[in-house]
Design a protein around this ligand. Sequence first.
Ligand code: C2O
Ligand code: CU
Length: 492
Amino acid sequence: MPDIQLTKGDIVLSRRNLLTTGAAAVGAGALTGTFTSPAAEAAAKPTPSTAAGSIPKFAVAMPVPEVLRPVRRSWNTDYYRMTMRTVSTEIVPGHQTEVLTYDGSFPGPTIMAESGRRVVVEQTNALDTPVSVHLHGASVPTSSDGYPMNVIEPGGTRTYTYPNVQPNANLWMHDHAHMEEAEHVYRGMSSMVVLSDAAERKLGLPSGEYDVPLVIRDVDLDDNAGIVFTMDDSVNRTTILVNGKPWPYFTVEARKYRFRVLNSTNLRWLAPFLADASSYTMVGSDGGLLEAPYSTPAVVLSPGERADIVIDFSTYAPGTSVVLQNLAGTGDPAEIMRFDVVAAKTEDHSRVPAALRTLPALPTPTVQRSVVLTMDEDGRPNPMGYINGKTFDMNRIDTTVRFGDTEVWTVSNGNVTTPHNFHMHLVQYRVLERNGKPVDPSEAGLKDVVALLPGEEVKIQMTFDSYRGLYLYHCHLMDHSAMGMMAQMEIV
Ligand code: C2O
Ligand code: CU
């Protein structure tokens, strides 16, 4: 078997059982570590509960999240209604687990949106906690952006308007209530929104039942299969769920499939990898299609990042199976799901063209800023997160941006052991460089989350030409943003 080495910055991720050099081992250690603070690191090895420990792998079929139907359609708008409510769902076979949901499903239903058509969602909060709905990756007016203080109180309703004046992208609806976002998302407030357009459809990528979201996350379950949320616990969340089910299997035909992979974990890195080391084709990232497809054995995804990938199962004999592993995990989280291959029903006419899209030219930037992400990592009891030394304060505007400007932000992780990443609301940016070097093809498209391992630095460029108002930027390890690693900009 070939030795697979993937690089993201200076980190070398090597196939666990094929570590050959010391450098690779160190790099893989950094990536397969539990990404936690030294205190938590010292405290514990995971102790799976009896419920979690009893979950057989690849025993439950992976569901495909249902597609939400609009309640009404006009010539330019699709109207939806969703109720946020608590439901019980079966995660561990034979047990019921209480989860928070968008409209009763875990994860929430998928909304299929179309570039140029507005989506209007009337959200009713039937939970007993205030919520705020954010559409991650979307360019929306600040009134519909899910600002942490613009909450929907229990029993309340609020209507969000999404203009969809941007090309195809895999967007993510998730909670953003002030300091509660980490726990709410972890308990289930997460739904995918697939924004498509005519240019994308013309490409002939696998579509319909061969175009499937893979919403991957982890969870810590107690002995009764209840969800345990402990702030910043990256040790015990060892049960991997895909579309809400633990280590499921998915029956695929021997043909090409498109998978829209979302890392919806709060803290965990994922690197999906087919166990036989065969490559798949990455066609899109956070902000939609890449310019060109990229063939790779694994894509590294930090929390909130998306990868649109095409896997060709025609190379597998019907009746065989292949496990999707997680190269960035050890123990239980080193496995994600299994694909069981059956004969194709019909001929596969889908294709992956050599050119997928042309990204707009990069305007000349006129403003440079720098952002340093840090978190207390000295083991103190209530660690806080900081951006440029400050914890989030909704009464403070951290950055004022002139409408229309193109800026370059140098973002760095000032910690020694804690990984972070960087998300901006409103804009999709381009990653110009990582640690002074050109970026990997997986990061060359439009991005809204960029990973930053300890000591790393990236330069990102964005143009603020869509809306004015207040928007957030933060670490998307959601426990970290809830611990204060968040700031706001005003576009004026
Ligand atoms: Cu996906 Cu402010 O978040
Ligand atoms: Cu962080």
